[in-house]
Each structure stands twice: as structure tokens, then as C-alpha cells.
Ligand binder design. Structure first.
Ligand code: ADP
Length: 261
């Protein structure tokens, strides 16, 4: 599908019946999810319910066994020729992934590069952006995440919260159309969680489309347009936070939320 023919209201992410197994263990048993442009979706669910796997399937870090995922009209990982699916090459998949930013629980910054060099790396290496331009943009992005005074700091000199903010700036440097967050605050000391959530709130307010796996219920309640509760590889319940968190219907959702308190 080209941009010209795609209806304006088409979801940015359109996942249909996504299935994934590891060695016979069915981890995703047919996940459907639509994410509209500018929307924030929070994935909730107990450990092992398949949230991380689903995020990794969206950007093709995992190859799905069944179903289909489109991001901005692109069928992820495959070419569809008359209904027959052909796996794309690694290079083609890498090109698809370029437009999707991902932040992990562990920030995975390059330890021997400064904050600014970490942010500049992908635009220069992958997109061929001139160093001068990447540096200017990198400084702007570090300012955006509240680290305008830390361009020369190495990861080891930064707190966990600061490192995660560098990781967010690094993802934004590639101008992603979608940001995936996998428990971005879970590895942080409690006093550092707020500064990372504040950056994510600002990002959401700026109109970024985001899928966020988190246990931060305040963030989910305030920022999510849609909350998706997963358990055992299926979507159990889905809706606005006022419903799924405020007034859950399914016993499994109720049980999970009770444990979260
Ligand atoms: P969640 O993010 O909800 O905690 P995960 O997606 O991380 O859940 O994991 C779901 C299940 O898939 C778990 O049982 C996990 O052990 C299994 N799993 C995830 N990745 C792999 C893998 N690479 N190989 C084998 N099993 C995996």
C-alpha cells in the first residue's frame, strides 16, 4: 500500500492474529491490535504473558509464526505476492526497523561513547547524516530529555535515569514513526523513575505513537489512550484506562490489578 492510497484513518500499527511459539511453547496465541497515529497504548499483564515478545514481533526482532503485522502500511518482515508471503531479506527488515524506535529495560548504550556520540551514532552510521548536522540535532535531543548539560558524559558517569533518557534521545534521533518501550523504568531506583516517565509524557503529548509495556499504573492511567491487558498470550481485556484499570470486567484483570496495589 502506498501513502497515497492509504486512508488517513488507517491505524499506524495493525496486528492481526499474531502467533509466536518458542520450542513448542505457544507464547502469543493470536494477538490483534490496532494503534492509531498519535495514540499511546499501554500493555499490561503478568510476567510471562507475552508482552515483550509481542513488542519484539512488531519490529521483527522475532519472526512471527502466524498472523500479520503492518506498520504504516508496510507488512513487517514479509512481501505479499498474491496472498503468498515471502520473507524479506535481513537488509530489507533492517530498513523497516529503522523507523521504529525501541527502548529497553536495560539501556544498552555504547559504554565507550559519550551521551552525544551515542545519540549521533545511528543517524551518521545508518542514515549517512553529516556529523555536523547529527551533532546539532543530538544536542537538541539531549536538551529535550533534560540532559543539555551532559553531552560529554560517558554512560558510567550518568545515573540509570539519565542513561535511559539518553537511550530515548538516541531512539528519537532516527525520527521514528513509532516508539516501543519495554519496561523502561523497571531497572531504575524508585527515585529515578519519575524523570524518565516525565520524558515519556512529553513525548506522548508531542503526538508520538507509542506502545509501552510498563507496570507504572499512574502513567497508564494518565497517558494511555488504550490499555491492553494480556495474560497467557492472549488479549484478555482492552479499552480506555478508565475502563480497564478503573472498572475492569474480567476476573484475570481484576486479580492482576489487585496484586499491583
Ligand atoms: P512478558 O514480557 O509478558 O513478561 P515475555 O514475552 O518476556 O513475557 O515471555 C513470554 C514467554 O515466552 C515466557 O515464558 C518466556 O520464557 C518465553 N520466551 C520469551 N523469549 C523466549 C526465547 N527467546 N526463547 C524461549 N522462550 C522465550
Amino acid at each position: 500500500m502506498t501513502t497515497a492510497t492509504r486512508p488517513a484513518e488507517a491505524p499506524l500499527v495493525h496486528a492481526v492474529n499474531v502467533m509466536k511459539s518458542f520450542h513448542g511453547n505457544e507464547v502469543l496465541k493470536g494477538i490483534d491490535l490496532d494503534v492509531r497515529r498519535g495514540e499511546v497504548v499501554v500493555l499490561l499483564g503478568p510476567s510471562g504473558s507475552g508482552k515483550t515478545t509481542f513488542l519484539r514481533c512488531i519490529n521483527q526482532l522475532e519472526t512471527i509464526d502466524g498472523g500479520r503485522i503492518w506498520v504504516d502500511g508496510d507488512l513487517m518482515g514479509y512481501a505479499d505476492k498474491g496472498g503468498q508471503l515471502y520473507r524479506l531479506t535481513d537488509k530489507q527488515i533492517a530498513a523497516q526497523r529503522r523507523d521504529i524506535g525501541m527502548c529497553f529495560q536495560r539501556f544498552n548504550l555504547f559504554p565507550h561513547k559519550t551521551a552525544l556520540e551515542n545519540v549521533m551514532e545511528a543517524p551518521v552510521q545508518v542514515k549517512g547524516v553529516k556529523k555536523k548536522d547529527a551533532r546539532k540535532r543530538g544536542i537538541e535531543l539531549l536538551e529535550r530529555v533534560g540532559l543539555g548539560d551532559k553531552p560529554a558524559a560517558y554512560p558510567a558517569q550518568l545515573s540509570g535515569g539519565q542513561q535511559q533518557r539518553v537511550a530515548i534521545a538516541r531512539a528519537l534521533a532516527m525520527d521514528p514513526k513509532l516508539m516501543l518501550f519495554d519496561e523502561p523504568t523497571s531497572a531504575l531506583d524508585p527515585e529515578l523513575v519519575g524523570e524518565v516517565l516525565a520524558v515519556m509524557r512529553e513525548l506522548a503529548a508531542s503526538g508520538m505513537t507509542m506502545i509501552v509495556v510498563t507496570h507504572e499504573m499512574g502513567f497508564a492511567r494518565d497517558v494511555a489512550d488504550e490499555v491492553v491487558f494480556m495474560d497467557g498470550g492472549v488479549v484478555v481485556e482492552q479499552g480506555p484506562p478508565s475502563e480497564v484499570i478503573g472498572n475492569p470486567r474480567h476476573p484475570r484483570t481484576k486479580d492482576f490489578l489487585r496484586r499491583m496495589r
